[in-house]
Design a protein around this ligand. Structure first.
Ligand code: MLT
Ligand code: MN
Ligand code: ZN
Length: 299
């Protein structure tokens, strides 16, 4: 299984256009050797010929251009055979509207995420210009779906609906999912959970069976945005389990048996982005890597 990280950052990217936090400021000035990051999007393939994307970031055009494996092999062609959405957040879905150049798209999502994106959305009409422009395939929780020869299973992950649908009623297990991707030939397994408010026992069991885990690396600290004066929400209120702290994911996932463990969807405020920060040193000492644009993993 081939995994290519096209974008490793949380919503806003790094540096973020309107952010002068220490990380964004120091990355711009060169005071820290930190490369810019685009918003989360990952390509997966069994054979390097046909790929599917995990999420469609607002930066999808430049992300596709950044990786030859996704370039057309003919006058009108794309090796992207499908796009899998893990939730309805705009950093995961806006890129769909950028793929409106009359190319048939196959999108895999829970019914809840499909409805959240399509219902009442006049902009979605740009993806309905001809019959079959978009084919939606429903991800049923706990069931495997074949995508380009890989078995993909959606597992509910504690989360929430996207900000623009908050307040539209109760939340649902289909609002936010993680993905288990299994290669039936090599028997390798990827567990992909880029947004999670907590670790369930089912998630933990999946991580123990996986060869590689990608996990929510949005915030180091629960009060990260508050402490920097950038917001009034704690990480948990945004449905992101922080990495550090007593109840953070480093602790919660200590001892997970997956040999490769990677934090992704890293917010620009996170000290993990600073080379040699104590937080980064600690995460690396515990066996975690921090995803970056262009990162490749082969299982
Ligand atoms: C998140 O990860 O919490 C969301 O991307 C936030 C947002 O949609 O701005
Ligand atoms: Mn996000
Ligand atoms: Zn910032």
């Amino acid at each position: 299984m081939h995994i290519k990280v096209l974008g490793a950052a949380a919503g806003g990217g790094f540096p973020q256009w309107n952010c002068g936090c220490p990380n964004c400021r120091d990355a711009r000035s060169g005071a820290i050797a930190a490369k810019p990051l685009t918003q989360e999007c990952v390509a997966v393939s069994a054979d390097t010929e046909r790929w599917f994307l995990l999420n469609a970031s607002p930066e999808i055009r430049s992300q596709i251009e950044s990786f030859r494996g996704l370039h057309p092999r003919g006058p009108r062609h794309s090796p992207i055979a499908g796009i899998v959405l893990t939730n309805g957040d705009l950093d995961h879905c806006l890129g769909l509207l950028s793929l409106r150049e009359s190319h048939p798209l196959v999108i895999y999502a829970t019914e809840r995420v499909r409805r959240g994106f399509t219902e009442g959305n006049v902009l979605y009409r740009t993806l309905q210009r001809f019959p079959g422009q978009v084919t939606w395939r429903t991800l049923e929780l706990g069931k495997e779906t074949d995508i380009v020869g890989l078995a993909v299973e959606a597992l509910p992950a504690p989360g929430k609906p996207p900000i623009h649908l908050e307040g539209d009623g109760v939340s649902d297990p289909g609002d936010n999912i993680g993905l288990l991707v299994r290669d039936p030939n090599t028997r390798k397994r990827l567990a992909y959970f880029s947004a999670a408010a907590a670790v369930t026992s089912a998630m933990r069991a999946a991580f123990d069976r996986a060869d590689c885990v990608f996990f929510d690396g949005t915030f180091w600290a629960s009060d990260e945005l508050i402490a920097l004066g950038l917001g009034d929400k704690r990480a948990e209120q945004m449905a992101h389990l922080p990495v550090g702290g007593e109840d953070g994911s480093l602790r919660a996932l200590a001892g997970v048996r997956a040999p490769k463990r990677i934090y992704i969807h890293v917010n620009n405020t996170n000290p993990l982005l600073r080379p040699r920060s104590p937080e980064r040193v600690r995460a690396e000492a515990e066996g975690w890597e921090i995803a970056y644009d262009g990162m490749e993993v082969s299982l």
